[in-house]
Ligand binder design. Sequence first.
Ligand SMILES: [Zn+2]
Length: 518
Amino acid sequence: MQQALRRTSLVPPGFVVDSAFCDADMTVITVRSSRSFGLCPSCGTVSRRVHSHYRRRAADLPLSGRVVQFVVIARRFRCEAVLCGRQIFAERFPDGVLGPWSRRTARLDCIVHHLGLALGGRPAAMFARRLMLPVSNDTLLRVVRRRSRAPSDPLKVIGIDDWAWRRNHRYASIVCNLERRRIVTLLPDREPATAQAWFAAHPTIGIIARDRGGGYGEAAARALPDAVQVADRWHLMQNASRAFLDAVCKSMRQIRSAIGATTINPKLLTAAERLQYEGYLRREETNTAILALSKNGIAIKQIVRQTGYSRRLVRQVIRGERNDVFRTRQSSLDVHLPWLDEQWGSGCRNGTELWRRLTVRGFRGSLRVVGEWATRRRRAEKADTENLQRIPSARTIARLMTFGRDNLSKADTLTVAAIEAGIPALVEARELIAEFHTMIRHKAVAGLTLWIERARVSLVASFGSGVAKDEPAVRAAITLPWSNGQTEGQITRLKLVRRQMYGRGKIDLLQARLIGAE
Ligand SMILES: [Zn+2]
């Protein structure tokens, strides 16, 4: 429905326009209340007895490129209630229109607040000038601080974490309402005493999500002994993986000897075996080249053209069907190896002599076979020290044994198989960590007690006892939906806002901007 524009429609409800004037850059509108009475702020009695008039000035939203200034003709009323201590009171307007003593209308104040939240003090003031909003830098900050009142509903589920105010120098804490996905407060440091005092002031909190380690857990236990604590799931997963890596580090000596025994050293092969091994290496090379091309998204047709291999072979490799593992030749000597080892150990290292003794034991093979074995054995002893450098790092081994297991190259498969055969305790540790990850992912807490018992006597014992010490919080992390992941997200937001403030500004202003924006 269309209506003619009346002057009164330009001012907030409850006012009527007396007069309006404008010059080049300002519009002055004189307004008065449309009500015929006032309400005493002390006793609430209606009064129609006007004592006197006075003028109030208030800025309003700009109009057609001009700053707007209200001149409010306000009244003073006499309070007629017998028992009221107040004889005269000034006329008040609703808070949503013009607050008492306010120099801006509520609708302007709201815009100023949002400018301050979005841009901070100085940039907001510069932008406000362009928008014809007459506010200074200080005013903007004051409005942001004044309006950031903490939400009043009682806190039940919170997450607490620390963040770097200045990396490696000063840390502060952040508390989030996990139910409402809001920042509740920023604490100026990460001292347990500070957190404890804050917890004590908020007795309605029933669930506290926090990371493992650090003083938040202890602070919460002291201030709110009945609250359920929840360990952070992401950190638990992280710590579990770390524990496996530590187990690998601790086992490196055994790993070296396990791998050393199986790593193929071409020098130690017989002539026939070497031919076979070279063929294997060539095939490996082909496979890697084809797989690399296919991983880059090159079509089979194109790979055939580029490499010159047959279409069938390329397809086989890409499908993973060309999986030949290199084996040293089965030899007639195999059944006699333990005996030969024993002889070698007791000092008999002459090939001919060994062969002679073997034939007595029923060996039908030639002298050459035994001679080659003796030569290899001699070389193997010399090569042991060279082998050490080719052992992958603990980190690589941990990766090969866990995440990478489905996608191993042949050489890595051999390495992992050797480790698994040589150090069963490491396999057990891997199973334990995998089970722990599964418990968290599938929220299956039933096996936790048994898991702790087993972990405590394994290679990941220290992680196991860490979990045992914090068991209620770990249990809660597995069963409850709450997690500190959300708090980490809020820290990212906090850092973004802080960067907008060029790293300046006090913690209360930062908090005001973060909380006020919600
Ligand atoms: Zn009164």
